[in-house]
Design a protein around this ligand. Structure first.
Ligand SMILES: [Zn+2]
Length: 92
């Protein structure tokens, strides 16, 4: 497992430790707040790359259909809400 999470945004990259599930959750929460600030970021957490983007009020999770303002997408899935993205990371 990759022990460093990377959040890439327009102005640079933010690195944080990602030891274990709790830290991976924190990294995803951090990615979400960067996406709110920058519109979109790329997060590399636990060996997965997620495209995180702010979608405003029209967003809905492809898995649980919850309304969400920030979507997490992998290469092959539709956009996921934060809780579903955390589940995906934990399964990986
Ligand atoms: Zn969901």
């Amino acid at each position: 497992m990759d022990r460093v999470a990377r959040i890439r945004f327009d102005d640079g990259v933010f690195l944080m430790p990602a030891y274990g599930a709790d830290a991976a959750d924190m990294a995803l929460a951090e990615a979400e707040s960067y996406a709110r600030r920058y519109g979109h970021v790329t997060a590399e957490v636990s060996g997965r790359r997620l495209f995180v983007r702010q979608v405003g009020t029209g967003g809905a999770c492809a898995r649980c259909a919850e309304a969400t303002r920030v979507l997490f997408a992998t290469g092959h899935s539709g956009g996921l809400c934060g809780p579903c993205a955390r589940e995906l990371i934990h399964l990986g």
